[in-house]
Design a protein around this ligand. Structure first.
Ligand SMILES: C[S@@+](CC[C@H](N)C(=O)[O-])C[C@H]1O[C@@H](n2cnc3c(N)ncnc32)[C@H](O)[C@@H]1O
Length: 299
């Protein structure tokens, strides 16, 4: 185990990370940029997403990246590295007390969906009581939709593990017989149709070389023809766990990422860049590249 991994296992505090970047009471402009990009991407790929599995790779304690996708996909696997992150998301899945309050994010996405005039929730999964909830509780419908799509267990991942990031979809006894999309003999080696990865590879490495090695590890999990959805912090050297705890990041440029993905076999690369201006809160990263792209069927 390297020093950095040690540091994450010892020091990463999921709640402090959430309070720092996702304060319960407000959204910042970078949050809105990312959620809007994801919403547009899911809407654009809606037919592709239907009936497919989404893997959130090293999603930490954060669940805003797949709220839009939960409208279309068949299921969502959330994976995380530290036990404090696993605990946060598991708490949401199990609908326990003490959950983090994501209502502002759900409300924001609800508004995007309403604006798109496609509030077409699956009646079969919601009873009338839920649909009749008051207007200010309307976002809870999205919360329930998401809870239903999330796999019952948060999975452990280690992006530094070059054997498919150590992901094991079959990590509980109870689920052994229920994961129908997997061939029984090959559950460990499942490849997904949609790989979603945000602020991970650059945030857990120190150099661009290491960052691209980790991205290669991550891409092993994606099927040929699959969809990659990613946000990556550009031209930055650090990120925060809290006001007092900083982690080093690899300093990556947009062109390096785009060139790498093209060379790997991705096409239809669509991207947008968010740049923080002087008036923005410090919780916005300086520059964020959001992108989606498809992996060729054949190399
Ligand atoms: C900047 S956070 C991003 C989390 C989340 N994807 C998001 O969008 O907020 C980086 C995450 O990487 C996790 N991490 C640290 N070492 C890791 C490893 N070896 N494999 C996977 N994740 C790791 C940290 O615990 C942290 O949750």
């Amino acid at each position: 185990m390297s020093n950095q991994e040690d540091t994450f296992k010892r020091n990463f505090n999921a709640r402090e990370y959430l309070h720092f970047y996702w304060p319960e009471e407000k959204l910042d402009v970078e949050d809105m940029f990312i959620m809007t990009f994801l919403h547009k991407t899911c809407s654009h790929y809606r037919n592709f997403l239907k009936g497919k599995s989404w893997l959130e790779l090293s999603g930490g304690p954060v669940m805003d990246k797949y709220i839009s996708a939960s409208k279309y996909v068949k299921e969502i696997y959330h994976s995380a590295y530290t036990s404090s992150s696993i605990h946060e998301i598991q708490n949401f899945i199990d609908n326990n007390n003490g959950q983090y309050n994501w209502s502002k994010r759900f409300e924001f996405i609800l508004k995007l969906e309403e604006e798109e005039e496609e509030m077409n929730l699956e009646q079969s999964s919601l009873d009338d009581t839920n649909l009749n909830s008051g207007n200010n509780e309307k976002y809870k419908i999205l919360e329930m939709r998401l809870r239903e799509k999330l796999n019952k267990n948060v999975l452990f991942c280690d992006v530094k593990n070059d054997n498919k990031c150590g992901i094991n979809y079959n990590n509980t006894e109870e689920e052994k017989d229920t994961i129908d999309l997997l061939k029984k003999e090959d559950k460990k080696n499942l490849l997904v149709d949609i790989l979603s990865i945000h602020s991970v590879v650059e945030c857990i490495s120190k150099t661009p070389e290491e960052c691209f090695k980790l991205l290669t590890n991550a891409l092993q999990l994606l099927k040929k023809g699959g969809l990659l959805i990613m946000t990556i912090n550009i031209e930055t050297n650090h990120w925060n766990n809290s006001n007092t705890l900083l982690y080093q990041a690899a300093n990556i440029k947009t062109k390096e990422i785009l060139d790498y993905l093209s060379a790997y076999g991705f096409y239809d690369i669509k991207y947008e860049i968010f740049t923080r201006d002087d008036n923005d809160e410090i919780t916005n990263m300086e520059k964020t590249l959001a992108l989606s792209c498809r992996l060729k069927e054949e190399p």
